[in-house]
Design a protein around this ligand. Structure first.
Ligand code: SF4
Length: 332
């Protein structure tokens, strides 16, 4: 059984205006997303701000209610759970946030922050010393000295705070962790350390990750599979190796071409696709393929007809009217 199956997920928000708060429009923040994650594997979810990746994550954890579709975690339909069932299910799925400072209560000690999920779910026990030992072990496992457990978040560096966030997420021994841009707010030098820590924890405990990032370079080495989102939809999905070797969608190609290649020969040979303009407003998405106003390969059909996700290789799908992916080699 898959750890996570997302089927045709939709999250639509009504836009209300006026005294009577009439619904004047609908924002389709997530529109028909399908994802799959096996236990102990990592799914990278990538796209620019506003593409719907964080809303997808929040709908998986049911922090927002989906408008339609299904989210199965460990075979359980998250959208169909009632209050008590949802609380029980939340123990197996945890979240790590982008801003480790904003996500930690500044008035709580690290001991209380890490112990909080155990207390909330009635798993702290009555033995205070045992709880302190458990928090100490979680701190050690995430590279923090247990001697710091009486300190407050402001006494830690950004990387250490993210380790506290990871220790808190691990407290309930989850099967699934959604990491929402967990390294974006950190210095380059710290990013690799945090990613390596997540990889080690996955190997030890078999945790499945949905790893959200706006940059393909960040998810490259951690992901087994990658899904690229644009304006609420998945536009390409593939095993990570296949996506980097042969990106099929012009948007994926543009994201990839933003990553520098260390080999100067290969760098000279490749075509640079620079994305112009911002992601259009989801309030008024473009007709047809929503990427067409920014796509260097757009043609008439793209403006009229939305492409479906179609198979491009083993486990590789993309939604583009072009039958073959445009070449990424520069003209001689
Ligand atoms: Fe570009 Fe057309 Fe493909 Fe959309 S369908 S990505 S506009 S070529």
């Amino acid at each position: 059984m898959s750890l996570l199956e997302v089927e045709d997920l939709q999250v639509h928000f009504p836009v209300r205006r006026g005294l009577l708060q009439r619904t004047v429009a609908t924002v389709k923040a997530v529109d028909g997303v399908r994802l799959k994650l096996e236990p102990g594997q990592t799914l990278g979810l990538v796209g620019e701000s506003g593409c719907g990746k964080s809303t997808t994550a929040r709908a998986i954890l049911r922090l927002v209610d989906p408008t339609g579709g299904k989210v199965l975690v460990d075979g359980q339909d998250v959208a169909a759970l009632n209050g008590a069932e949802l609380r029980a299910a939340r123990q197996k799925m945890q979240m790590i946030f982008q801003d480790p400072y904003a996500s930690l209560n500044p008035r709580m000690t690290v001991l209380d922050i890490i112990a909080e999920p155990l207390r909330t779910h009635g798993r702290a026990g009555k033995d205070k010393k045992a709880l302190v030992r458990k928090v100490g072990a979680l701190m050690e496992r995430t590279g923090l000295s247990p001697s710091y457990m009486r300190r407050y978040p402001h006494e830690f560096s950004g990387g250490q705070r993210q380790r506290v966030g990871i220790a808190r997420a691990l407290a309930l021994e989850p099967k699934l962790i959604i990491a929402d841009e967990p390294v974006s707010a950190l210095d380059m030098s710290i990013r690799a350390q945090i990613i390596n820590l997540l990889v080690d924890l996955q190997k030890e405990q078999g945790i499945g990750y949905v790893f959200i990032a706006h940059d393909l370079a960040v998810v490259r080495h951690i992901s087994d599979e990658i899904a690229v989102m644009y304006l609420g939809r998945v536009v390409e999905r593939a095993p990570a190796v296949a996506l980097f070797a042969s990106p099929q969608h012009p948007y994926t190609q543009a994201l990839l071409s933003a990553i520098p290649v260390p080999d100067p020969k290969r760098e000279r040979k490749r075509r640079r696709l620079v994305l112009t303009g911002d992601v259009p407003s989801p309030l008024a998405p473009p007709s047809g393929c929503t990427f067409h106003p920014r796509c260097p390969h757009a043609f008439d059909r793209c403006r009229q007809e939305a492409p479906e996700l179609t198979v491009r290789g083993d486990g590789h799908e993309a939604s583009c009217h072009l039958e073959e992916a445009p070449s990424l080699e520069a003209d001689a």
